[in-house]
Design a protein around this ligand. Structure first.
Ligand code: NOJ
Length: 554
């Protein structure tokens, strides 16, 4: 249930939610920033890379805001050396990035062509990170399935994907595992399943309501378990690394904490979100509440079996315990209350939960529509993981906030506030006894925010997408995060209170640089069009002139 134990002085029921805790993180706590392949690399068809479902999806009109694509994005494929310098300057301990499956296996399959140029790109990136003492945390699947596998097999709807993914992972262990010790199989499988196969907002854009998401998730969980076993059997003793998964989980708070129905609805919200994946991996099966609700509603629909697939006893024991650490992506919180959805009226993942989500209009909402800043929810979700799954090792793999496209102000005080408050709640959770080992700010750079295109910017660094060279500019939050890192937390009130002021002093000069940038961008365009044209004209004129001269002589 939602009630969790906490030591007296950190008990949130007694502690003011907005109180600030001064203190530092344990020595060795790892600070990082994150990215993903499709969101940052660009170079979508370069050096033998195959198509991914996101290439295909974003190239269709009407799928992405302003029909933007990740074709070029931040050009991270070419600029990774500059980006490692940015990380070094921030003194990051780790960098989380993902490997594009079709970049190294264009057809998705190991039996066919292995693209050595793609392998070299990741080799160079990993080596560069290690030379700079930055630990790579590598995600194998951040949503960019090879398009061929979607077309041939229907992607994650098909059980054969388990073996294909395992082959791809095995290749990555073989080629990179001597240097990479922290592997994440899947990033946010909730989103892959629900947005890819239920609502269709994400690639591959399928709308298989009420069953597509459950089937995709079932195969993803099996694929994760298989990869964990492959690592365990074939690589662990040599490479001595860890294999985890990254789950995204918002917190769900009962609207009325004294109302049992609200408490149960909030519990369902979390179980249908993180529990859907975490419970099989840690405890061996789907959460009971999912089995009950989806089973009952499937029966009312007249279906012979539940729309939620079933694990056999052998599968349960194979899947249980396949997480060396839990990666946690957390951004926001919802209030939750009970709401009945009668069965038969368009059953879906969302109606299966019988709940309604609410937000407090006073919560700050600086960027993405769905992202309200509610720092105290972070501490709760971390404690929930501790009590539900036996206090596993946690790496926060994503946490951050966006701003709207039109906002080009590098003095991002709302982001500094967000990081300050969320990281402080994580510190409180550590004091509660939660086993958090590292924190990853999302994201290093502004990048392609999926169906929102470039309209929502999560980066610590601003990227000028209008310019061909995609220059990066530090936002004030870079300075702020740097201070948190160098102090390993929040040493004392006097010091922490000076950080924002100091960070804001530096961002105005970057603002001026950025303001000047449209001119530079324009000049580049002029160079491209005018200079070649003028040159061609000059050559033509000289030729004509020469002909006249020659004629005169003859
Ligand atoms: C989670 C996803 O993993 C990441 O790719 C995305 O950019 C962030 N959420 C923000 O929406």
């Amino acid at each position: 249930m939602l009630r969790v134990s906490a030591s007296e002085d950190f008990d949130w029921t007694k502690n003011d939610r907005t109180s600030f805790y001064y203190g530092t993180f344990p020595t060795g706590f790892s600070w990082g920033a994150g990215s993903s392949a499709y969101q940052t690399e660009g170079a979508w068809n370069i050096d033998g890379k195959g198509m991914s479902i996101w290439d295909a999806f974003s190239h269709k009109k009407g799928k992405i805001f302003l029909n933007d694509t990740g074709d070029f994005s931040c050009e991270g494929y070419y600029k990774f050396k500059d980006d490692v310098s940015l990380m070094k300057d921030m003194k990051l301990n780790h960098y989380r990035f993902s490997i594009s499956w079709p970049r190294i296996l264009p057809s998705g399959l190991t039996g066919e062509h292995i693209n050595e140029k793609g392998i070299k790109y990741y080799d160079d990136l990993i080596n560069m990170l290690l030379e700079n003492k930055i630990t790579p945390i590598v995600t194998l699947y951040h949503w960019d399935l090879p398009q061929v596998l979607q077309e041939k097999y229907g992607g994650w709807q098909n059980i054969t994907m388990v073996n294909h993914f395992n082959d791809f992972a095995n290749l990555c262990f073989e080629r990179f595992g001597n240097r990479v010790k922290n592997w994440i199989t899947f990033n946010n499988p909730w989103s892959i399943a629900v947005e890819g196969y239920e609502t269709g907002e994400h690639a591959p854009g399928l709308r298989l309501r009420g069953s597509g998401a459950y089937r995709a998730a079932h195969h993803i969980i099996k694929a994760h378990a298989k990869v964990w076993h492959t690592y365990d059997m074939q690589w662990r003793s040599k490479q001595k690394g860890l294999v985890g998964i990254s789950l995204t989980a918002d917190w769900g708070e009962p609207v009325d904490i004294s109302n049992q129905r609200d408490i149960e609805a909030a519990e369902r919200y979390i179980q249908f979100y993180m529990g859907w994946f975490a419970t099989p991996l840690f405890n061996g099966d789907y959460p009971q509440v999912m089995k009950d609700y989806i089973g009952r509603k499937s029966g009312q629909q007249g279906l012979g079996a539940s729309r939620l697939p079933v694990f056999s006893p052998q599968e349960k024991s194979y899947i249980k315990g396949t997480c060396d650490f839990l990666g946690l992506g957390h951004f926001t919180t919802r209030y939750v209350t009970q709401r009945n959805y009668p069965s038969g009226l368009g059953d879906s993942y969302f109606t299966d939960r019988d709940l309604a989500e609410l937000v407090d209009p006073q919560w700050p909402d600086p960027g993405s529509e769905w992202l309200y800043s509610v720092p105290w929810g972070f501490r709760r979700v971390l404690n929930f993981v501790k009590t539900q799954y036996g206090n596993p090792m946690i790496y926060v793999t994503e946490n951050g906030v966006s701003e709207k496209m039109l906002c080009t102000d590098l003095c991002d005080d709302w982001r500094m506030q967000y990081f300050k408050d969320y990281i402080n709640e994580m510190l409180k959770a550590l004091k509660d006894g939660v086993n958090v080992k590292g924190y990853t700010a999302w994201s290093l750079l502004d990048n392609f925010e999926w169906d929102e295109g470039y309209s929502e910017r999560f980066g610590l660094y601003y990227v000028d997408f209008r310019s061909k060279t995609k220059p990066r500019y530090p936002k004030a939050s870079v300075q702020y995060y740097k201070r948190i890192i160098s102090s390993n937390g929040f040493p004392n009130q006097r010091e922490v209170e000076s950080w924002k002021r100091k960070a804001l002093e530096t961002c105005s000069s970057s603002n001026q640089l950025l303001a000047a940038d449209p001119l530079i961008g324009h000049m580049e365009m002029v160079t491209e069009i005018v200079v070649p044209t003028v040159c061609t004209l000059c050559i033509l004129l000289s030729a004509v002139f020469l002909m006249f001269l020659l004629r005169g002589r003859l």
